[in-house]
Every structure is written in C-alpha cells, then in structure tokens.
Design a protein around this ligand. Structure first.
Ligand SMILES: N[C@@H](CCC(=O)N[C@@H](CS)C(=O)NCC(=O)O)C(=O)O
Length: 220
C-alpha cells in the first residue's frame, strides 16, 4: 500500500490541481475518493481536517491541506523527475505568484457563480455575481497579455502555476467563456488540456459532469 493517501473528488478543481502534480511524477498514492462508493472517506477527511475542504494529503502521521501546499510538500518529500517548483528561485517566485493569480482571480470569482446557483433563490447575490464577472474580465485580459509570450504560466517549463491554471481555466471557461479575442489565453487552455496529467484528470471527472450546477457544456 503506498504511503500517501489523497482525499479528493475527481470533479473538484482544487483536487485536480493536486492530482496533476501526482500524475506528472507518477507518484504512487492511495486515492481516497470522496464519492458515494467510499462513504467512510468523508468521515476520515473530517477527522483530519475539520474544514472538510479537499484535497487533503496524508503521509503517515502528517496531514497536509491546501492544494498549493500539497504540491510544495510533494516537491520536498516525494520529489520526482518533473520539478513543479522551479530550481531557479527567481522563476519559483513567478510560479508561486501565478499560482496565486489562478486561485484568487480565476477560481474565486468562478466559484461565486457556482455557489450562487446552489443557494436558495431568495438568498442569491446578483451584485456579487456581477462583481465576480468583472474580476474575471480583468483576469482574462491580464492573463491574455502575459500568455502572449509564454508557453507555460511561469515561462518555459510546466510548474505549480500550470497545475493551478489547468482546472481553474477549464471551469472558468465553462462558467464565463473566455472571449475569442483572447487567443493567447484560449491557446494556453488548449495546451493544458493536451498535457497528459491534466487530460487524465479531465477523463476521470467525466462521469460527474451532471454535478456542475450551471449545466456542463458539451465540450472540454
Ligand atoms: N483553499 C483550498 C480550497 C479547497 C476547496 O475549496 N475545495 C472544494 C472542492 S473544489 C471543497 O472542498 N468543497 C467542499 C465544500 O465547500 O464543502 C485549497 O486550495 O485546497
């Protein structure tokens, strides 16, 4: 049995972010899927991390939460041939910065749309959703300029930042489509979809598309 256990749901963006890191390095782990087939996994998750947010990594006695920190932890304690934290500390700063951009300025406003839809209708927040749309407009415009000269988010090599970008841009484009005029950003999303580690995560999540509360489009 592998030493590592990952508590995750295949359709969750933050879980896919951690899964990409594990798949990139073919790191062995036990998948404690938070699905109806493994009902005990949720109780285990709650005992480990009372916030009940996922993913959570368990390494022996050590519990590691937050997708970014899981990737940092894997880099230090279970390294593989693909260095997701760049060796050059100046590029590592860029990777960490771009990781924050995808979590804070893509995933957070995107999830505002999703959570608003899940609320009882009388408690919905159209003002907040409109503000989230404006945040995504700004993020898309800014990222399109940045990606005009980069293959991957921090430069030439795939990193932590791309682990974040892949699922966040995937779902953001479903929720609030990236305009066709932002060709660099759209091409980057396509490159991410072609990356085998992310393609695997997308495939594993296909059976759960009916869970997307805004209506999953008939495309990747
Ligand atoms: N800041 C956390 C966010 C994790 C997160 O929000 N996970 C979602 C799934 S994508 C979740 O656990 N949702 C369950 C809930 O909100 O109860 C991270 O970076 O890992």
């Amino acid at each position: 049995m592998p030493a590592l256990k990952l508590y995750a749901h295949p359709f969750s963006s933050y879980c896919q972010k951690a899964l990409i890191a594990l798949y990139e390095n073919e790191t062995p782990f036990e998948y404690r899927a938070l699905t109806p087939e493994q009902p005990e996994a949720f109780a285990e998750l709650e005992a480990l991390w009372p916030f009940r947010l996922f993913p959570v990594l368990k390494d022996g006695e050590r519990t590691v939460a937050e997708a970014t920190i899981i990737i940092e932890y894997l880099h230090v304690h279970h390294p593989g041939p693909v260095r997701l934290i760049p060796g050059d500390p100046r590029i590592a700063i860029e990777a960490r910065f771009m990781d924050r951009v995808f979590d804070n300025y893509i995933a957070t406003p995107q999830s505002k749309f999703v959570f608003d839809k899940l609320r009882p209708e009388a408690t919905r927040d159209p003002y907040g959703v409109a503000e989230a749309g404006k945040r995504l407009d700004t993020a898309y415009r800014w990222l399109d300029q940045v990606m005009a000269t980069r293959r991957w988010a921090a430069g030439d090599t795939f990193s932590l930042a791309d682990c974040a970008a892949a699922p966040m841009l995937f779902y953001a484009d479903w929720t609030y489509p990236i305009p066709k005029t932002f060709a660099h950003l759209r091409a980057y999303r396509e490159r991410l979809l072609a990356r085998p580690s992310f393609a695997r995560a997308v495939d594993e999540a296909r059976p759960y598309r009916h869970l997307f509360p805004l209506g999953a489009p008939d495309r990747d």
